[in-house]
Ligand binder design. Structure first.
Ligand code: SF4
Length: 314
């Protein structure tokens, strides 16, 4: 490097946590969304992700306000539409780190069609299902993951149906490649899950069991208060359990084994934490969309000029 040249190349920049802070979060105190936001900001800092090369896409709901609180690019889209927006971004910008935040209503009801096909397309992105088992923003309506008999504003006598299981649904989807689970009250594990998911080359889907102290007060207390009701999945390809093995029981689990992964996904208790399912040979649709994609600035300018030349008056 010429020592008189003070231009810093992007790869030489070092980012601080402050670089990833956006508007102050206004979620309820103790809402699980706060932990997810902090872990995502820490991940960006630890990986030194350039903020202008990072985008957080969301749908609608309490959790979908998250992009506003990040100092990166963000796209707060429409109900259930986070995944098609993120897929479009991925198709044209293979250079970006893409995170998708979506709630249980947003992902598993309104956006369910997009969810299943995004899993099948397996385009590189990290998808966080922030599952608090209720529609919070619209004031306690039954969501697809609300436990049966829970009294809600749409079902004052109790939700009549058993809930949808997001893990089993995701694992059963053709070409799904990475399905993990964590909880909002163990930030160390949540952070390690994000880290592992971000390293995955395809679509990584993380279900985060979350508290909504406003509308689902205490609904996860049993799991929070009894270490025997959580279980760490351990494997060299999985999520680093960190110091949690001192406190919580562990199960050696090969995530490439579909049947075992499905058995774990179907369990209501204990909550298994870590990488449940992994298919490293799944095809990535973004590898097709990137073929022939113009990426350099010179190529983009040349292509624009070639298009404009079509309208030249001769
Ligand atoms: Fe969080 Fe629930 Fe409050 Fe929404 S209503 S901000 S999900 S605690």
């Amino acid at each position: 490097m010429n020592m008189t040249d003070w231009t810093l190349e992007p790869h030489m920049r070092e980012f601080e946590l402050d670089d990833y802070l956006g508007a102050a979060a206004r979620w309820c105190p103790s809402c699980g969304n706060h932990t997810v936001l902090k872990c995502l900001q820490k991940l960006c800092k630890e990986l030194n992700l350039p903020p202008e090369k990072t985008v957080v896409v969301s749908g609608i709901g309490c959790s979908s306000r998250l992009p506003h609180h990040m100092g990166t690019y963000g796209f707060h889209s429409l109900h259930g539409r986070a995944l098609p927006v993120a897929s479009g971004i991925r198709a044209r910008r293979p250079d970006l780190s893409i995170f998708v935040v979506t709630g249980d209503g947003d992902c598993c009801a309104i956006g369910a069609g997009h969810w299943l096909h995004a899993l099948r397309y397996n385009m590189k992105m990290t998808v966080l299902l922030m599952d608090n088992n209720i529609y919070g923003l619209t004031k306690k309506q039954t969501s697809p993951t609300t436990p049966a008999h829970t009294r809600t504003n749409t079902h004052p006598n109790g939700a009549p149906l058993d809930p949808l299981n997001p893990l089993a649904t995701a694992i059963s989807m053709t070409n799904a490649s990475f399905i993990a689970q964590c909880v909002d009250w163990l930030p160390e594990h949540l952070y390690h899950t994000l880290l592992r998911a971000h390293a995955h080359p395809g679509l990584s889907f993380i279900r985060i069991r979350q508290r909504c102290p406003h509308f689902m007060k205490g609904h996860l207390d049993d799991f929070m208060n009894d270490p025997q009701k959580l279980r760490l999945l351990t494997d060299a390809r999985g999520v680093d359990p960190g110091s949690l093995t001192d406190t919580y029981p562990a199960l050696a689990h090969d995530p490439t084994q579909f049947e075992q992964a499905m058995r774990i996904a179907r369990e209501n208790s204990p909550i298994s934490l870590g990488l449940i399912y992994l298919n490293e040979s799944a095809i990535r649709y973004d590898e097709f969309t990137q073929r022939g994609l113009i990426t350099s600035e010179e190529e983009k300018i040349a292509a624009i000029e070639a298009e404009l030349d079509k309208f030249a008056i001769v």
